[in-house]
Design a protein around this ligand. Structure first.
Ligand code: SER
Length: 259
């Protein structure tokens, strides 16, 4: 598909959608996190908000941001897949002890299918294997078809903490189907498969634990929400191109380097 939207338009639509739903628009924080000795770089949209998940009285309850991120854990994938980068912009909405799974899932779905008009038929979702609540919201509230809800384990559907301590929890990811010709061709190919057919566009994390540096976890007093959608990946879908490097955001850089 191609709806012709530019990166600038998508950024504006995202911020406005969540501002209308009570979120404070928070500017991107620096790539070097302030006051966080556990991280060298800002690797996710939630990094500037890490203390809010633990606070009894966070200064804000809802935030929306477009955070510049540097994620070196994906370095080995860059150039081998059409959708990995180390530097990217992450569109995210956040709740600090305020709304939880239902609103996060409903709003993500509304934004993708109503605002951006993505075809629901090419989207799949994954849920954490024990997270019956999230699966039920997808089924009953959204009406998402059971056969495209894929339960996965810790490796795929548990996120965090960013750094060696902080908030973490199960997640539900929304995946885009690039079509059979992009995949391995196995009849049981679906999100979680090692091939390139499905790729994650939006990760909805449900932080409900605090993990200490020694790996132990305790429940957060109030769970929250931490979502992240890669702008470059979303653009590749909306602009109908096969790689994030072909989007209006990165193509000018590729051309300039070629020149
Ligand atoms: N923290 C999650 C991620 O980076 C969702 O924002 O994927």
């Amino acid at each position: 598909m191609s709806n012709g939207m530019s990166s600038r338009e998508i950024r504006g639509l995202f911020l406005e959608f969540f501002r209308e739903r009570g979120h404070d628009i928070v500017p991107s924080a620096p790539l070097i996190p302030r006051d966080d000795p556990t991280l060298l770089f800002t690797s996710a949209g939630m990094v500037p908000f890490k203390p809010h998940y633990l606070a009894d009285e966070p200064p804000i309850r809802r935030a929306v941001s477009i955070q510049r991120c540097l994620r070196l854990s994906d370095l080995d994938e860059v150039g081998h897949t059409p959708y990995h980068a180390t530097f990217f912009e992450m569109l995210g909405n956040f709740s600090f002890g305020d709304y939880f799974k239902r609103e996060a899932i409903e709003w993500a779905w509304e934004f993708l299918t109503k605002v951006l008009e993505l075809d629901p038929g090419i989207l799949w979702v994954t849920v954490y294997k024990d997270d019956d609540a999230a699966a039920e919201i997808w089924r009953s509230v959204i009406g998402f078809p059971e056969e495209r809800i894929v339960p996965l384990g810790d490796k795929d559907n548990f996120w965090g903490p960013a750094g060696d301590s902080g908030a973490c929890g199960p997640c539900s990811e929304i995946h885009y189907d690039m079509g059979p010709e992009s995949g391995c061709g196995r009849p049981d190919c679906k999100p979680g498969c090692d091939c390139d057919r499905y790729f994650e566009i939006w990760n909805l994390v449900f932080p409900q634990y605090f993990q200490s540096a020694d790996g132990t976890r305790k429940q957060l007093k109030k769970p929250g929400i931490d979502t992240g959608m890669g702008l470059e990946r979303l653009l590749s879908v909306l602009q109908g191109v096969k790689s994030i490097y072909d989007t209006d955001l990165l193509m000018p850089l590729v051309t300039a380097i070629g020149d």
